[in-house]
Every structure is written in C-alpha cells, then in structure tokens.
Write a protein that binds this ligand. Sequence first.
Ligand SMILES: NC(=O)c1ccc[n+]([C@@H]2O[C@H](COP(=O)([O-])OP(=O)(O)OC[C@H]3O[C@@H](n4cnc5c(N)ncnc54)[C@H](O)[C@@H]3O)[C@@H](O)[C@H]2O)c1
Length: 273
Amino acid sequence: MDITDKVAVVTGAAGGIGAAIAQRLLEHGAGGVLLTDLDAARLDATGKQLAEAHPGRVLARAADAASTADLTALLADAEAELGAVDLYFANAGVANGAGLDAPEAEWATALEVNVMAHVRAAKLLVPGWLERGAGYFFSTASAAGLLTQIGSPTYSVSKHGAVAFAEWLAVTYGSRGIRVSCLCPQAVETELLMAGTRSDDPVQRASARAVLDAGDLLQPLDVADRVVEALGTERFLVLPHPQVLEFYRRKGADYDRWIRGMQRYQDAVSGGA
Ligand SMILES: NC(=O)c1ccc[n+]([C@@H]2O[C@H](COP(=O)([O-])OP(=O)(O)OC[C@H]3O[C@@H](n4cnc5c(N)ncnc54)[C@H](O)[C@@H]3O)[C@@H](O)[C@H]2O)c1
C-alpha cells in the first residue's frame, strides 16, 4: 500500500515500537496518525513531540485497545478529524506471566491485550473496509508467536494467538482487498523488554535474558523501517531479525529436535529455575 496521504491508527503508541511506527508513517507522508495508549502521560509527551514535527497530522487519545467502547470512540475520532482509517496497527502489548504459576489475572490480561484487542478492532473495521474494498490490518505479534517465549506461557500462547488471528484475517479477506501483515520481532530495546531485565522475579529475568541472548538488540526505529518496507510490498510476515526465519524453518523441519534445542536453551538461561 502506498501510505502517502493515508490515515493510520496505532495502538501502544506512547513509546517503543508503536511510537516509532507512528513517526516513520508521518515521515513517509501519511495524511494523519492517531496514536493511542493506556499510558496517558507517556502518550501525551510522544503525541506533542510528533505533532510539533508534523503539525495538523497527529492526534493522541488515551484508550484501552482491548475495549470495544474505547475502540469505537477512537475510530469515530479518526474518521471525523482525519477523514478515514486506512491502516490499523494492533501494536499494544503486555509481557507478563512468569512460569506455570502465572495468576489467572495475568492470563486474562495477556489474552485481552495481545489477542482480543486485535479481534475487537477487526470486527469494527472489516465491514467498512469490505465496502471500500481496501484496508490494512498490521498486527504486532512477536517471534514468541512463531517459536516460544522461555519463561512466559502467557506471552507464548497469546502471541501465537495474535499470529493465528492475523493469518486467519489474511486468508479470509485477502481476496477482497484487505491487506494483513504480522510483525514478529525478537529483541527490541523498549520498556516492555528491558523491564524484564530489572524484575525481582528470576523467571522474568531469565525470560528477558533469553530474548536478549538470542540475537541482535534492535532499536524501535529500525523495526519501524522494516514495517514501512513491508507496507510497500504488502508482505504478510515481517521479520526484522532474519534468524527468526531460520529458527522457524528448523522448527517446521524437525519439531522434536527443535524442542530438544529449546530445552537446552531454557536450562542455560534459567540456571535450572
Ligand atoms: N520489545 C521487544 O523486544 C518486542 C519483541 C517482540 C514483540 N514485541 C511487541 O511489540 C509491541 C510493542 O511493545 P514495545 O516493545 O514497543 O513495548 P512498550 O512497552 O514500549 O509498548 C507497549 C505499549 O502498549 C501499551 N499498552 C499495554 N496495554 C494496553 C492496552 N490495553 N491498551 C492500550 N495500550 C496498552 C503500553 O502502555 C505501552 O506503551 C507489543 O505488542 C510487544 O509484545 C516487542
């Protein structure tokens, strides 16, 4: 999709990958970007910074990306003030759930934010996009949605759910003009990952360490550059870390061997925890 003059909504846009995607969309000529996040203070600062650089093209609205009521209001604002919603970046995410003892509440939050937020947004957007014959749903999942997340069952399962939902959307609506991409990064230097390295919980620290030790630590703007490239080619799977494709191939080629390798990796990073 040519993003010139297009309008995008980006969730989880107060910082990290979401803010970087918003910045790159604006720099590449998007007509408007609505940034949204649960963290109103961080969103306000990021929104002001981007609005200064791109006057008249930035809106910021604090909202819960998993709430249908909030999403309905957000999409109405984007349409009223920016003219349309051509692209939706389902990027808000949470990383929680240390081990099998992860509380039910953490499972619920991970499934709500990492999966159901995508489902609810698509339910609101797809009917209008089908009428227009165009629309772009860009999901931020994770390499954990293709492989696994050492230490965190909630993150592994919910990110697999995000990949599965994006695949389903692409299969179901791709022939009717709706484009879908799924971003599956490994380590990116953001609060979500770095908070894990500072956690008091050894399982959460091992979880973050496993991601950091697996390959390069990218910056959010590097990832946003890959996102802009993928929009140009309308590629489904977006892998800013090339080794993820290699690991994914190995998993598909010999699942048991891949699990044995991951067991060794789990033992190495957790020290048996
Ligand atoms: N950082 C990494 O290494 C990495 C790797 C793979 C995937 N991801 C994914 O990238 C996405 C962006 O995360 P990030 O790394 O930029 O971290 P981040 O912490 O900077 O951004 C995540 C944002 O999501 C927001 N958020 C959480 N729950 C929300 C909700 N219910 N409604 C609206 N906003 C909510 C947070 O307030 C936060 O600003 C997430 O989906 C994450 O799982 C990150």
